[in-house]
Design a protein around this ligand. Structure first.
Ligand SMILES: O=C(O)CCC(=O)C(=O)O
Length: 263
């Protein structure tokens, strides 16, 4: 796996993100990053075998009873220790967020999404905005707007980094390009909305990263392969226009923390 010299996004990449609602950044993390973060995840995985933790969600489709399979670890920037906090604050990442949404950048939340071999379950088609960023009342207010809800009004962007190769077989994220310009829908999305000819599989080698907007339709399939897939998500936001964002009581978890300010 190659490592990449990090650089600001090009205008073409910025345009592609706002046109498609997502952007692929292959080879974003260095080999050292992947090794260090993987070792930390391995240590958490060992700990979870003998301990319960409210932020650790177990795999609901687990085939084994002899070992705990992790599906999700919430607030990984807190639970995982300093390297996960450092990744959240990293200048190269904030530079990219600044290229996409300007210099006033706040953190929203983090989570590790795991798809254990053969038993990793699917995440249904959804948009992130109604899943923790706005109240139900605000979602009810925004849905009738349809395409009048512009993605630029709600600059909330996720980056998911892959510690393993992420493929169709092990449940990579799939997206519908341009779906962030269709408005806000029910959560999760009705399956009938998805036209398979429109979907794109965001496959990566370990170290790659995917950026996606909070209105972009996305999904990840069950893991039917012998290869696990660990993908850590950090969500960032800039001030919204005409939309009331909510931290859902997550302030003490770092939600809303300013990471970069104008000037
Ligand atoms: O990693 C996955 O499988 C799904 C992640 C996702 O859908 C999300 O972070 O919104």
């Amino acid at each position: 796996m190659a490592t990449q010299t990090l650089a600001r996004l090009t205008p073409t990449q910025v345009d592609a993100f706002w046109r498609d609602g997502y952007l692929a950044l292959p080879n974003f993390l260095s080999d050292d990053d992947v090794a260090t973060l993987s070792a930390s995840m391995d240590a958490m995985d060992r700990w979870v075998q003998t301990h319960e933790h409210p932020d650790v969600q177990r795999e609901p489709n687990a085939l084994h009873t002899d070992r705990v399979a992790i599906r999700k670890i919430s607030h990984i920037h807190l639970n995982g220790g300093v390297i996960w906090d450092e990744l959240m604050r990293r200048d190269e990442v904030l530079d990219i967020m600044e290229d996409l949404m300007g210099p006033d950048i706040r953190f929203h939340h983090s989570k590790m999404m795991v798809k254990p071999p053969f038993e990793g379950s699917l995440k249904p088609w959804h948009q992130d905005l109604p899943e923790g960023f706005i109240t139900h009342e605000e979602a009810d207010r925004l849905r009738p707007w349809g395409t009048d809800l512009q993605p630029e009004q709600v600059p909330i962007i996720a980056i998911q980094y892959y510690l393993d190769d992420s493929t169709l077989e092990n449940g990579c994220i799939q997206v519908v390009p341009g779906s962030h310009r269709r408005g806000l829908f029910e959560d999760p999305l009705h399956e009938w909305r998805i036209d398979p000819s429109e979907t794109v599989a965001a496959e990566f080698e370990a170290g790659g990263a995917l950026l996606f907007h909070c209105l972009t339709w996305h999904y990840s399939a069950p893991n039917t392969s012998p290869n696990g897939r660990r993908g850590v998500v950090y969500e960032y936001m800039a001030p919204a226009t005409g939309v009331e964002l909510s931290y859902m009581g997550g302030r003490e978890l770092g939600w809303g923390m300013p990471l970069r300010s104008p000037g």
